[in-house]
Ligand binder design. Structure first.
Ligand code: SF4
Ligand code: SF4
Length: 308
């Protein structure tokens, strides 16, 4: 890492060096083994710095405060709170159900880590000056990402919620044919005897909702070509807010399970990993730091290619 990297990524790197999960583990331990009625009682006691895994946390209480609502879920264990209706059914990698307390712990940590990584990723993405997530395959901007190798996709898809469609002034394809397919259907939707992705960039209404299709060489209309910045940043689609370092403590499966009241709930598989997408330049640059971040939280770091 050179001096410039150290400066522009300082904020993100300092967050990677102090993951929140060791603090969460400490709070969980104190709550379960101590005379505390509520999580707030534990948090109130954390007024001094603590050293965990060789790392000094100067202000543990302050650092944990954005996650207090998630931590409160631990109160279920002492009967101070009802089990959240959002808690999914969780199985291990052998497809066996995990015990309720462990399921609760995994669920809480997945949510805390997701929130933490959303912040961490935004600290890295901006200074990178890369727009890989905003362009179709093999666009002129790929060189800026530092990614070497040929993209093998024909197009990239940016799924959109209904309210996000109006962000883009583009042609809309909303036909009986598009509505019975998805962007991944094989054979693909045909337009004028060609696959849809051979046409210009457009908004498509599929069986599973709307998406913006970026064919090869295209650039999202939300991206300013001059500044390389998103012009709809404050309103950008949810999918554009998703990080390239993911919490992968749990993975959603396609299965559902029956709740005691008869409702169907999603099934998640325990993975206990942090997943980082290799295409992203800051993931490649800070592989060691991301690995150490994951391991401090007791998780396995996994690096995988996604867009290529
Ligand atoms: S909306 Fe903004 S963040 Fe999302 S792909 Fe377009 S330019 Fe990128
Ligand atoms: S690949 Fe990484 S750095 Fe590039 S735009 Fe996506 S999140 Fe940002």
């Amino acid at each position: 890492m050179n001096g410039e990297d150290k400066t522009i990524f300082e904020q993100g790197l300092s967050r990677l060096k102090k993951p929140v999960l060791p603090l969460v583990n400490m709070v969980q331990f104190l709550y379960l083994t101590g005379p505390f009625e509520t999580i707030e009682d534990v948090l109130k006691r954390l007024t001094k710095s603590v050293t965990l895994e060789g790392v000094l946390y100067e202000k543990p209480q302050q650092m944990l405060s954005p996650y207090a609502a998630f931590l409160k879920e631990f109160e279920v264990i002492k009967g101070k709170k009802k089990l959240s209706a959002n808690l999914p059914f969780i199985v291990n990698e052998k497809d066996e159900p995990v015990a309720k307390r462990q399921a609760l712990e995994l669920w809480i940590k997945q949510q805390i880590l997701s929130q933490e990584l959303e912040t961490v990723n935004s600290m890295f993405c901006g200074p990178c000056g890369c727009v890989l997530c905003c362009t179709g395959p093999n666009s002129e901007f790929d060189a800026a990402s530092g990614f070497k190798g040929k993209m093998r996709h024909e197009f990239f898809e940016i799924p959109l919620a209904d309210r996000e469609v109006d962000l883009f002034a583009l042609p809309r394809i909303d036909t009986d044919e598009s509505r019975i397919k998805t962007a991944q259907s094989d054979p693909p939707l045909q337009l004028d005897d060609d696959p849809f992705y051979k046409h210009e960039m457009a908004l498509y209404h599929w069986k599973n909702g709307w998406s913006l299709i970026l064919p090869g060489g295209s650039v999202c209309p939300g991206l300013s070509v001059d500044t390389k910045k998103c012009m709809v940043y404050a309103d950008r689609p949810q999918v554009c807010r998703k990080p390239q370092i993911f919490a992968y403590i749990l993975e959603k499966t396609a299965d559902t399970a029956k709740h005691s009241d008869g409702t169907l709930i999603p099934v998640y598989m325990a993975r206990n990993k942090v997943l980082a997408v290799w295409d992203c330049p800051y993931v490649r640059k800070f592989q060691d730091e991301i690995g150490a971040f994951a391991e401090m939280g007791g998780l396995e770091p996994v690096f995988k290619k996604s867009k290529t």
